[in-house]
Design a protein around this ligand. Structure first.
Ligand code: HSE
Length: 587
C-alpha cells in the first residue's frame, strides 16, 4: 500500500478525558481504516493524568531524578495505548501497540523536554502493514536507553515527527474543530475558524492548542497537517499556506442527524448505545421494537419505543437504520424510506443481495444515500476494499472466510466439541443469524459473495449459481483429522472473474497451515483480494457480533452525517473516500 495512504491520528487528553471516550477514538480510527488508510494512532495520557503523576513525583522534592519523572509520566500514555487497543479489539479491529523502545524516538538535550533526532521508522512502517498501530506520544529514549519526554504537549511533536518520516497525512484531533482566530472557549461571540492557516499564525494564535515546538518542527520540514475534532468532518489545514477562514456552521449550532432505528436486537442495541452517547451529532427519533417490555429491559428509553415502523419512517427523520433482518417487512420498510427520500443504512445481506439493483432504482440521485457496509464482514471493510480495488487495479480473485458462525463452529469441532453445542454457543455469542441454517449451509457466505462480486467485478452472480457445501454434512471427525494432520478445517468462500465469466463457491475444506485463511479463528473474517497486476490485498477483522457489526453500521451513519454537512456547505470537501455507499446513480 502506498505511503500516501498512511494517516497519523493524534488523540490528546483534551479529547480522551477518560475511558468513556475511547469508543469515539475507535470510530475515528475505523473511519480512516475503512477508507483504505494505514492508521497510526498517537496517544496522550487521559486528561489530568500527567498533572497527577507530576504532583506525585514532586512530593519527593523539587530536584527529582528526571528519568524517574519521565518513567512515571510515561505510564499515563501507556495506559491510554493499552486501553485503546482493547477498545479496538472489542470492535473487532486488530491493533498493535509499539512500546517507546520499539518506536525508538531518540532524543537529546533536556530529558523532560528533549529534541527528537531519530526514530525506528522501519519498525513502525512494518507494523502498519499488518494492523492499526498505537504509539505513546510524548515519550522518547536517550542514547543510553533511558526514558525521556518531549515537553508538555509533546504528543503533537511525536505525531508530526512520525508523519513526516512516514510521508503520511497527519490529523491532530482536538476538542475544537480547528484553529480559531481567538479561543472559542473564552469568547462571547463565536470567533471565525481558519480553513487554512500559516505556521506563523498558528504559532501566534495556537500556542495553547498545538505545542509550539511541534509547529516549529512542521514549519522547518514544510509539513502540512490538520487540526480537527473527533468525528466533525471539518478541519483547519496548517501549512505553507495563506490564512483563510471557513464559512461553515459551528458544530454546536448544527442540528443533529435524526435517526430512526428499526430493530433493537444484538446489533441494534449496540448502535442505539453509541448514538445516544453522541447527542450533539445524532438524535434518535424512535426505536421500533415489537416487544416493548423486552426493549425497556434492555435499556431503551421508553419514550422512544414505537410499534409502527411506517409512521416512524414518515416522521421527522433523515436516516432510517434497518436492523430487523428478514426479507419481507425489512424490504417494505427500506423501499418506503427510500421512496420518501430518507437515507437508509442496513446490514441485511439476504435482502440486498437479492434486491440491490431494484432498491437502487428508488434512490433519488440528488438526495439519498443507501449504505450497507455491515452486510459483509462486520467491521472488516470488505465492500469498501472491493470497490476501491475495482477503481484502481482490476480484482480477479476474492477468497476468504466470511461467516463468523461457521468459522467459530469449525474451531470448536477441531477441539472435539459437539456440533449442536457449538451452534448454541455461536447463537449465545450473538454471531449467528436468526435462522442459523443460513450460516451452517453456506447460504450466508454465498449472499455475501453476491455483494462482493458486484462491488469488485461489477457483475451480478445469482445466489443459486454459487455452489455450496457448508457444515450441514460435516462430521466432527473431518475437523479432528484436519487438526491431526496439522491442517485447519474451514469454510472457504471464493469468487473468480475470468474473461467476463464469474464463478463462485462456498466449501468446507482442510487448509494447509501456511494458508492465511488457516489462521483465522472464531468470529474473525478475512478476505484476500488478488488483482490483475499480481497484487494481493488482505483485510481482516471481526465479522459478527454486536460491537463489530454496530461499528460498521455507525460508520455508514457517520458517512451520511458528513454528507449532510457537505450539502449544507458547498465548499466543504469531505474525506469520504471509498466508503461503502450506493449513492444515487453512482453505483
Ligand atoms: N451470521 C453472520 C456470521 C453474521 O456468522 O458471520 C455476520 O454477517
Amino acid at each position: 500500500m502506498s505511503k500516501e495512504r498512511t494517516i497519523v491520528l493524534k488523540f490528546g487528553g483534551s479529547v480522551l478525558h477518560g475511558e468513556a471516550d475511547l469508543p469515539l477514538a475507535v470510530h475515528e480510527i475505523y473511519r480512516y481504516w475503512r477508507q483504505g488508510y494505514r492508521v497510526l494512532a498517537v496517544v496522550s495520557a487521559f486528561e489530568g493524568t500527567t498533572d497527577e503523576l507530576l504532583a506525585r513525583a514532586e512530593k519527593y522534592g523539587p530536584d527529582g531524578n528526571d528519568h524517574a519523572v519521565a518513567t512515571l509520566l510515561a505510564t499515563g500514555e501507556a495506559v491510554t495505548a493499552a486501553l485503546l487497543s482493547s477498545a479496538l479489539k472489542r470492535s473487532g479491529i486488530h491493533s498493535k501497540i509499539l512500546a517507546p523502545h520499539q518506536v525508538g524516538i531518540l532524543t537529546e538535550g533536556d530529558p523532560l523536554d528533549g529534541e527528537i533526532i531519530d526514530a525506528n521508522i522501519a519498525a513502525v512502517d512494518r507494523a502498519l502493514d499488518g494492523s492499526i498501530v498505537i504509539v505513546s506520544g510524548f515519550v522518547g529514549v536517550n542514547a543510553d536507553g533511558d526514558t525521556t519526554l518531549l515537553g508538555r504537549g509533546g504528543t503533537d511533536l511525536t505525531a508530526l515527527y512520525l508523519a513526516n518520516s512516514l510521508a503520511a497525512r497527519c490529523v491532530l484531533v482536538k476538542d475544537v474543530e480547528g484553529l480559531f482566530e481567538t479561543n472559542p472557549a473564552l469568547s462571547t461571540i463565536r470567533p471565525r475558524r481558519f480553513s487554512t492557516v500559516s505556521y506563523k499564525t498558528t504559532l501566534e494564535r495556537g500556542g495553547e492548542l498545538v505545542q509550539p515546538k511541534a509547529v516549529e518542527f512542521a514549519a522547518k520540514e514544510k509539513l502540512d497537517f490538520e487540526i480537527a475534532s473527533l468525528g466533525s468532518g471539518v478541519s483547519t489545514f496548517v501549512g505553507d499556506l495563506e490564512d483563510s477562514f471557513a464559512s461553515d456552521v459551528a458544530e454546536e449550532l448544527r442540528r443533529p442527524l435524526k435517526v430512526a432505528l428499526l430493530g433493537c436486537g444484538v446489533v441494534g442495541y449496540g448502535v442505539y448505545e453509541r448514538l445516544r452517547a453522541m447527542p450533539q451529532k445524532f438524535e434518535i427519533t424512535g426505536v421500533v421494537n415489537l416487544h416493548r417490555e423486552r426493549a425497556i429491559e434492555r435499556g431503551i428509553e421508553p419514550s422512544l419505543i414505537r410499534s409502527d415502523a411506517v409512521e416512524l419512517i414518515e416522521g421527522d427523520c433523515d436516516v432510517v437504520v434497518e436492523l430487523i433482518g428478514g426479507k419481507f417487512a425489512a424490504g417494505q420498510f427500506i423501499r418506503h424510506a427510500l421512496s420518501k427520500g430518507k437515507g437508509v443504512v442496513s446490514a441485511n445481506k439476504a435482502l440486498i443481495s437479492e434486491n440491490d439493483v431494484s432498491l437502487l432504482e428508488l434512490i433519488d440521485p440528488r438526495d439519498v444515500s443507501f449504505r450497507y457496509s455491515a452486510a459483509v464482514g462486520g467491521v472488516l471493510p470488505a465492500l469498501e476494499t472491493a470497490r476501491r480495488l475495482a477503481k484502481t487495479s482490476q480484482p480477479t480473485v476474492i477468497r476468504g472466510i466470511i461467516n463468523g458462525t461457521s468459522n467459530f463452529i469449525c474451531g470448536r469441532l477441531e477441539d472435539g466439541e459437539d456440533f449442536y453445542d457449538s451452534i448454541k454457543a455461536a447463537q449465545d455469542a450473538g454471531f449467528a443469524e436468526a435462522d442459523p441454517t443460513l450460516d451452517i449451509d453456506g447460504s450466508d457466505a454465498a449472499q455475501k459473495l453476491v455483494l462482493l462480486a458486484r462491488s469488485a467485478f461489477g457483475s451480478d452472480i445469482a445466489f443459486d449459481d454459487i455452489s455450496r457445501r457448508g457444515l450441514e454434512n460435516a462430521s466432527g471427525s473431518e475437523a479432528l483429522s484436519a487438526r491431526e494432520a496439522g491442517k485447519s478445517f474451514r469454510v472457504v468462500a471464493e469468487c473468480r472473474a475470468d474473461g467476463g465469466e464469474v464463478t463462485a463457491s462456498v466449501a468446507a475444506t482442510s487448509l494447509d497451515a501456511l494458508d492465511p485463511l488457516a489462521d483465522i479463528h472464531g468470529a474473525e473474517n478475512i478476505i484476500v483480494f488478488e488483482t490483475e497486476d499480481g497484487g494481493r490485498h488482505v483485510v481482516r477483522g471481526r465479522g459478527a457480533g454486536r460491537y463489530a457489526t454496530a461499528e460498521a453500521v455507525l460508520g455508514d451513519i457517520f458517512d451520511i452525517y458528513y454528507e449532510t454537512l457537505e450539502k449544507d456547505r458547498p465548499e466543504y470537501a469531505p474525506q469520504l473516500g471509498e466508503s461503502c455507499q450506493a449513492q444515487g446513480a453512482t453505483i
